[in-house]
Ligand binder design. Structure first.
Ligand SMILES: [Zn+2]
Length: 257
């Protein structure tokens, strides 16, 4: 009976938010300004239930529900500003978050950026800084090894990417969680390739995969390797942020106008 009631209730929604750099850098379209970021984090902590991957992986495995409108804050690329600027703000407001790390670039300049910042701040954190981040309560996840487009790689190279990441994580003794953010948010389109990739994820104990797309996710997940994330920008404050969390497709249409 309980199962039937659960099935009839509307499925709780999870919105995953995607940040890159937190910086005053108008040349980087993905950068969110620190003062805007602080306002966003304050708003999220006041209005939503916040989770990270470790909560979701266990709840999903047990098919447990989430409170309605749960939010997960994530960062891609692990650039230096995430530790210097974002982490202190998250800590003040008690907001948990996950940082997805391209493991070949630890301590080096990111070289895949589509719009390199002239201020040269695309420095990826080194393993010591990542450990400090994780001691401060930030979760670490996988973002491939060399940040190549996973929709374009043959299976042997996908395996190589995952194995190299795992080797770096093991040898540096980094506390990574089994969550993977696809570089550029891209997932293989071909069904057979996708199934092969999921097999590889299972082999490497990666339990969830995050793409990019302006949608909420049903939870428990229909497909844990096809989780949508919504890109946050400087425009998302107060009502606009609420719209992004609760109606991301509408927020996207508005942004495109
Ligand atoms: Zn990335």
């Amino acid at each position: 009976m309980r199962n039937l009631v659960d099935r009839l209730r509307p499925s709780p929604r999870l919105t995953v938010l995607l940040y890159h750099r937190i910086a005053d850098d108008p040349s980087d379209p993905l950068a969110v300004k620190p003062r805007v970021f602080e306002r966003q984090i304050q708003y999220l902590s006041a209005n939503y239930h916040l989770v990270v991957a470790r909560d979701l992986i266990s709840r999903n495995a047990e098919r447990k529900r989430l409170p309605r409108h749960t939010v997960w804050v994530t960062f891609d690329d692990a650039t230096a500003d995430v530790k210097e600027v974002a982490a202190p703000i998250l800590s003040v407001h008690g907001v948990p978050a996950t940082v997805f790390v391209p493991t070949a670039s630890l301590g080096r300049t990111a070289n895949w950026a589509m719009s390199p910042s002239p201020s040269g701040q695309m420095q990826v954190l080194d393993s010591e800084s990542l450990k400090q981040l994780s001691h401060g309560g930030i979760e670490l996840g996988y973002h491939s090894h060399t940040h190549r487009d996973f929709s374009q790689l043959p299976t042997a190279e996908l395996r190589e990417e995952l194995r190299n990441s795992r080797d770096v994580v093991r040898s540096a003794d980094l506390p990574f969680i089994g969550a993977f953010a696809y570089p550029f948010g891209r997932v293989p389109r071909d069904r057979r390739q996708r199934l092969e990739l999921i097999e590889l994820f299972r082999e490497f104990e990666i339990h969830i995969g995050l793409r990019v797309g302006s949608r909420c996710n049903r939870f428990p997940f229909d497909d844990p390797y096809w989780i949508y994330r919504c890109q946050v920008s400087n425009d998302h404050v107060d009502d606009r942020l609420r719209e992004l969390v609760t109606k991301p497709r509408r927020a996207r249409r508005r942004a495109a106008q």
